[in-house]
Design a binder for this molecule. Structure first.
Ligand SMILES: Nc1ncnc2c1ncn2[C@@H]1O[C@H](COP(=O)(O)OP(=O)(O)O)[C@@H](O)[C@H]1O
Ligand SMILES: [Mg+2]
Length: 213
Protein backbone atom coordinates (compact mmCIF):
# COMPACT_ATOMS: atom_id res chain seq x y z
CA UNK A 1 0.00 0.00 0.00
CA UNK A 2 1.17 3.54 -0.80
CA UNK A 3 1.65 6.05 2.01
CA UNK A 4 -0.52 9.14 1.45
CA UNK A 5 1.06 12.58 1.96
CA UNK A 6 -2.35 14.13 2.26
CA UNK A 7 -4.44 12.31 4.82
CA UNK A 8 -7.97 13.72 5.02
CA UNK A 9 -10.32 14.24 2.07
CA UNK A 10 -13.80 15.69 2.70
CA UNK A 11 -16.44 15.60 0.00
CA UNK A 12 -18.48 18.60 0.98
CA UNK A 13 -21.09 21.12 -0.09
CA UNK A 14 -23.95 22.51 1.96
CA UNK A 15 -26.22 21.75 -0.98
CA UNK A 16 -27.88 18.30 -1.25
CA UNK A 17 -28.18 16.13 -4.35
CA UNK A 18 -24.89 17.20 -5.96
CA UNK A 19 -23.29 13.70 -5.85
CA UNK A 20 -21.27 13.91 -2.62
CA UNK A 21 -22.25 10.37 -1.62
CA UNK A 22 -21.77 9.04 -5.16
CA UNK A 23 -18.27 10.56 -5.26
CA UNK A 24 -17.31 9.23 -1.80
CA UNK A 25 -18.47 5.67 -2.62
CA UNK A 26 -16.62 5.57 -5.95
CA UNK A 27 -13.46 7.13 -4.53
CA UNK A 28 -13.50 4.76 -1.54
CA UNK A 29 -13.54 1.73 -3.86
CA UNK A 30 -10.80 3.06 -6.18
CA UNK A 31 -8.47 4.55 -3.57
CA UNK A 32 -8.73 1.44 -1.34
CA UNK A 33 -6.84 -0.39 -4.12
CA UNK A 34 -3.81 1.85 -3.50
CA UNK A 35 -4.03 3.18 0.07
CA UNK A 36 -5.33 2.04 3.46
CA UNK A 37 -8.61 3.96 3.42
CA UNK A 38 -11.15 4.65 6.18
CA UNK A 39 -14.50 6.20 5.25
CA UNK A 40 -16.46 8.38 7.70
CA UNK A 41 -20.14 8.99 7.01
CA UNK A 42 -21.07 12.21 8.81
CA UNK A 43 -24.35 12.64 6.93
CA UNK A 44 -27.35 11.67 9.14
CA UNK A 45 -28.98 10.18 6.03
CA UNK A 46 -26.19 7.56 6.05
CA UNK A 47 -26.36 6.81 2.32
CA UNK A 48 -22.64 6.06 2.13
CA UNK A 49 -23.03 3.51 4.95
CA UNK A 50 -26.08 1.95 3.29
CA UNK A 51 -24.19 1.65 -0.02
CA UNK A 52 -21.32 -0.09 1.77
CA UNK A 53 -23.71 -2.48 3.52
CA UNK A 54 -24.83 -3.67 0.06
CA UNK A 55 -21.28 -4.46 -1.03
CA UNK A 56 -19.78 -7.95 -1.28
CA UNK A 57 -16.42 -6.46 -0.35
CA UNK A 58 -17.15 -3.49 1.91
CA UNK A 59 -14.57 -0.74 2.35
CA UNK A 60 -13.39 0.13 5.84
CA UNK A 61 -15.65 2.53 7.74
CA UNK A 62 -15.58 3.99 11.23
CA UNK A 63 -18.63 5.16 13.15
CA UNK A 64 -18.18 8.67 14.52
CA UNK A 65 -20.71 10.07 17.01
CA UNK A 66 -19.23 13.39 18.14
CA UNK A 67 -16.45 15.96 17.76
CA UNK A 68 -14.22 14.19 20.28
CA UNK A 69 -14.31 10.88 18.40
CA UNK A 70 -13.74 12.69 15.12
CA UNK A 71 -10.69 14.62 16.38
CA UNK A 72 -9.24 11.49 17.96
CA UNK A 73 -9.59 9.54 14.69
CA UNK A 74 -8.21 12.27 12.44
CA UNK A 75 -5.26 13.00 14.71
CA UNK A 76 -4.26 9.40 15.46
CA UNK A 77 -5.10 7.33 12.38
CA UNK A 78 -2.53 6.84 9.63
CA UNK A 79 -5.09 5.80 6.99
CA UNK A 80 -6.27 8.02 4.18
CA UNK A 81 -9.65 9.17 5.52
CA UNK A 82 -12.47 10.03 3.13
CA UNK A 83 -15.42 11.88 4.68
CA UNK A 84 -18.99 12.21 3.39
CA UNK A 85 -19.73 15.48 5.13
CA UNK A 86 -23.43 15.57 4.23
CA UNK A 87 -25.33 18.56 3.00
CA UNK A 88 -25.44 20.61 6.17
CA UNK A 89 -23.36 23.10 8.10
CA UNK A 90 -23.10 21.53 11.58
CA UNK A 91 -20.49 21.80 14.32
CA UNK A 92 -19.26 18.29 13.42
CA UNK A 93 -18.94 19.28 9.75
CA UNK A 94 -16.95 22.41 10.66
CA UNK A 95 -14.66 20.41 12.96
CA UNK A 96 -14.06 17.94 10.12
CA UNK A 97 -13.29 20.77 7.66
CA UNK A 98 -10.76 22.27 10.09
CA UNK A 99 -8.86 18.96 10.03
CA UNK A 100 -9.25 18.35 6.29
CA UNK A 101 -6.38 18.55 3.78
CA UNK A 102 -8.47 18.39 0.58
CA UNK A 103 -12.09 19.45 0.11
CA UNK A 104 -13.81 18.11 -3.00
CA UNK A 105 -17.01 20.01 -3.80
CA UNK A 106 -19.20 18.40 -6.47
CA UNK A 107 -21.49 20.66 -8.47
CA UNK A 108 -24.21 19.65 -10.88
CA UNK A 109 -25.31 21.27 -14.07
CA UNK A 110 -27.74 24.06 -13.25
CA UNK A 111 -27.75 27.83 -13.38
CA UNK A 112 -28.02 27.95 -9.56
CA UNK A 113 -24.78 26.06 -9.01
CA UNK A 114 -22.51 29.08 -8.89
CA UNK A 115 -24.76 30.74 -6.26
CA UNK A 116 -24.43 27.66 -4.05
CA UNK A 117 -20.67 27.63 -4.52
CA UNK A 118 -20.37 31.33 -3.64
CA UNK A 119 -22.22 30.59 -0.37
CA UNK A 120 -20.05 27.57 0.42
CA UNK A 121 -16.92 29.61 -0.35
CA UNK A 122 -17.88 31.91 2.58
CA UNK A 123 -17.71 28.92 4.97
CA UNK A 124 -14.44 27.82 3.35
CA UNK A 125 -12.94 31.32 3.75
CA UNK A 126 -13.51 31.07 7.52
CA UNK A 127 -11.87 27.64 7.56
CA UNK A 128 -8.89 28.97 5.52
CA UNK A 129 -8.25 31.68 8.15
CA UNK A 130 -7.61 28.90 10.67
CA UNK A 131 -6.09 26.37 8.29
CA UNK A 132 -4.33 28.15 5.38
CA UNK A 133 -2.97 24.89 3.92
CA UNK A 134 -6.37 23.43 3.01
CA UNK A 135 -6.85 22.63 -0.70
CA UNK A 136 -10.36 23.02 -2.19
CA UNK A 137 -11.43 21.71 -5.57
CA UNK A 138 -14.68 21.81 -7.50
CA UNK A 139 -15.77 18.66 -9.32
CA UNK A 140 -18.29 19.23 -12.09
CA UNK A 141 -20.67 16.30 -12.18
CA UNK A 142 -23.81 15.14 -13.99
CA UNK A 143 -23.44 17.42 -17.00
CA UNK A 144 -24.49 16.71 -20.55
CA UNK A 145 -21.68 15.70 -22.87
CA UNK A 146 -21.71 18.75 -25.06
CA UNK A 147 -21.85 21.22 -22.16
CA UNK A 148 -18.74 23.39 -22.14
CA UNK A 149 -20.48 26.44 -20.67
CA UNK A 150 -20.86 25.14 -17.09
CA UNK A 151 -17.16 24.27 -16.90
CA UNK A 152 -16.11 27.61 -18.43
CA UNK A 153 -18.30 29.59 -16.00
CA UNK A 154 -17.10 27.78 -12.89
CA UNK A 155 -13.48 27.83 -14.11
CA UNK A 156 -13.66 31.61 -14.60
CA UNK A 157 -14.93 31.92 -11.02
CA UNK A 158 -12.22 29.65 -9.54
CA UNK A 159 -9.55 31.59 -11.46
CA UNK A 160 -10.31 34.76 -9.46
CA UNK A 161 -7.67 35.32 -6.76
CA UNK A 162 -10.28 36.02 -4.09
CA UNK A 163 -11.70 32.49 -4.31
CA UNK A 164 -10.06 29.58 -2.62
CA UNK A 165 -11.27 26.88 -5.03
CA UNK A 166 -9.43 25.19 -7.84
CA UNK A 167 -11.19 22.86 -10.31
CA UNK A 168 -10.69 19.29 -11.54
CA UNK A 169 -10.20 19.03 -15.29
CA UNK A 170 -12.21 15.82 -15.42
CA UNK A 171 -15.93 16.47 -15.83
CA UNK A 172 -18.31 13.62 -14.94
CA UNK A 173 -21.13 13.32 -17.49
CA UNK A 174 -24.69 12.46 -16.62
CA UNK A 175 -25.18 8.70 -16.92
CA UNK A 176 -27.94 6.41 -15.66
CA UNK A 177 -25.30 3.94 -14.36
CA UNK A 178 -24.66 6.38 -11.51
CA UNK A 179 -28.22 5.91 -10.24
CA UNK A 180 -27.95 2.15 -10.58
CA UNK A 181 -24.69 1.89 -8.63
CA UNK A 182 -26.11 3.19 -5.34
CA UNK A 183 -28.87 0.57 -5.28
CA UNK A 184 -26.56 -2.24 -6.47
CA UNK A 185 -23.75 -1.56 -4.01
CA UNK A 186 -21.29 -1.50 -6.90
CA UNK A 187 -18.91 1.29 -7.89
CA UNK A 188 -19.02 2.78 -11.37
CA UNK A 189 -15.94 0.75 -12.41
CA UNK A 190 -17.50 -2.44 -11.06
CA UNK A 191 -20.71 -1.81 -13.04
CA UNK A 192 -19.06 -1.02 -16.37
CA UNK A 193 -15.70 -0.89 -18.10
CA UNK A 194 -17.11 1.60 -20.62
CA UNK A 195 -16.90 5.40 -20.88
CA UNK A 196 -18.24 6.28 -17.39
CA UNK A 197 -15.57 4.08 -15.76
CA UNK A 198 -12.80 5.45 -17.99
CA UNK A 199 -13.80 9.02 -17.13
CA UNK A 200 -14.03 8.29 -13.41
CA UNK A 201 -10.53 6.79 -13.47
CA UNK A 202 -9.23 10.03 -15.02
CA UNK A 203 -10.61 11.86 -12.01
CA UNK A 204 -9.03 9.29 -9.66
CA UNK A 205 -5.65 9.93 -11.31
CA UNK A 206 -6.03 13.68 -10.73
CA UNK A 207 -6.91 13.04 -7.08
CA UNK A 208 -3.95 10.65 -6.64
CA UNK A 209 -1.68 13.51 -7.78
CA UNK A 210 -3.21 15.64 -4.98
CA UNK A 211 -2.74 12.84 -2.46
CA UNK A 212 0.92 12.38 -3.42
CA UNK A 213 1.41 16.13 -2.77
N1 LIG B 1 -22.96 11.54 -13.03
C1 LIG B 1 -24.22 11.27 -12.68
N2 LIG B 1 -25.16 10.99 -13.61
C2 LIG B 1 -26.44 10.73 -13.28
N3 LIG B 1 -26.90 10.71 -12.02
C3 LIG B 1 -26.02 10.98 -11.03
C4 LIG B 1 -24.65 11.27 -11.30
N4 LIG B 1 -24.02 11.49 -10.10
C5 LIG B 1 -24.97 11.34 -9.16
N5 LIG B 1 -26.17 11.04 -9.69
C6 LIG B 1 -27.43 10.85 -8.99
O1 LIG B 1 -27.77 12.08 -8.35
C7 LIG B 1 -28.47 11.82 -7.13
C8 LIG B 1 -27.81 12.56 -5.99
O2 LIG B 1 -26.54 11.99 -5.74
P1 LIG B 1 -25.97 11.82 -4.26
O3 LIG B 1 -24.60 11.24 -4.39
O4 LIG B 1 -26.93 11.09 -3.39
O5 LIG B 1 -25.89 13.36 -3.79
P2 LIG B 1 -25.62 14.02 -2.37
O6 LIG B 1 -24.86 13.03 -1.53
O7 LIG B 1 -24.82 15.25 -2.65
O8 LIG B 1 -26.95 14.37 -1.80
C9 LIG B 1 -28.46 10.30 -6.95
O9 LIG B 1 -29.70 9.80 -7.38
C10 LIG B 1 -27.35 9.83 -7.86
O10 LIG B 1 -27.58 8.51 -8.35
MG1 LIG C 1 -25.38 12.22 0.32
Amino acid sequence: MLKPKLKVISVAHQKGGVAKTTTVCNLAVELSKLFNVTVLDLDPQKHTTKFNNRRDQPYKMKDIKNDKELISHLQNDDDLTIIDLGGYDSSLARTALLLTDLVITPLCDSSYELDGLVDFNKIINKIVEKQPGIKCKVLINRVHHADKITYANIKAWTDKDSNHFDIYQTVIPSNSKYKLMLSEGKSITELTSGTPAIIFNKLVNEIIEDIKG
